[in-house]
Design a protein around this ligand. Structure first.
Ligand code: FES
Length: 193
């Protein structure tokens, strides 16, 4: 009987303890606050501000470098192109540098003044003479003439003539449609090599 009394006492005590623990407030422990959002915000602050999303930035940066390089090359090519595209003609002479030379057209029987920015053909046509020509671009020999006195290059400057070779030029032949006078001389028109 004594054992059952002790057992009963223990049972009651355990029950009381269980009830007390049940209603106790506990240790005050609470789950950690969710700081994930805070961490994300902090990380966002450490990333430099950019105008574009990162992948786009990389893309543009890479492209930019390539473009700069390409631009440099393009600039170089352009500079070369500009040099190659120098379209200045022997007739492109400033107004204050224009000179006149006495040209004797033997077959026409006259000596006229021809400016250094005017071709022998144009000057003759301005006189009303019916001088021969076809292309007027130095691409045929229809307008050819002959200068007395030696190498025609000592007397005229041709603008891209492609028909007369060195011996013919040395003999005094000239393509009057693209020849600008640089000295006075005597010319026979309608003379082909
Ligand atoms: S007209 Fe053709 S070269 Fe002068």
């Amino acid at each position: 009987m004594a054992v059952s009394t002790v057992g009963l006492g223990i049972g009651v005590a355990l029950t009381v303890i269980a009830v007390v623990l049940h209603y106790a407030r506990g240790t005050g422990w609470t789950a950690n606050e969710d700081i994930s959002q805070e961490v994300l915000e902090h990380r966002a602050e450490t990333v430099p501000e950019t105008d574009f999303p990162e992948p786009m930035n990389r893309s543009i940066g890479g492209g930019g470098v390539a473009a700069i390089g390409g631009g440099g090359e393009a600039g170089g090519e352009l500079a070369e192109g500009e040099a190659e595209e120098d379209t200045s003609s022997p007739g492109d002479i400033p107004e204050d540098e224009i000179e006149y030379f006495d040209i004797e057209y033997t077959k026409e029987g006259e000596t006229i003044e021809v400016a250094n920015n005017e071709t022998l053909l144009e000057a003759g046509e301005d006189e009303g003479w019916d001088l021969p020509y076809a292309c007027r671009q130095g691409q045929c020999v229809s307008c050819a003439g002959h200068i007395d006195g030696g190498d025609s290059r000592d007397f005229v400057e041709h603008d891209n003539q492609e028909m007369l070779d060195d011996p013919e030029l040395e003999d005094g032949y000239v393509l009057t449609c693209v020849a600008y006078p640089r000295d006075s001389f005597t010319l026979e028109t309608n003379e082909t090599p």
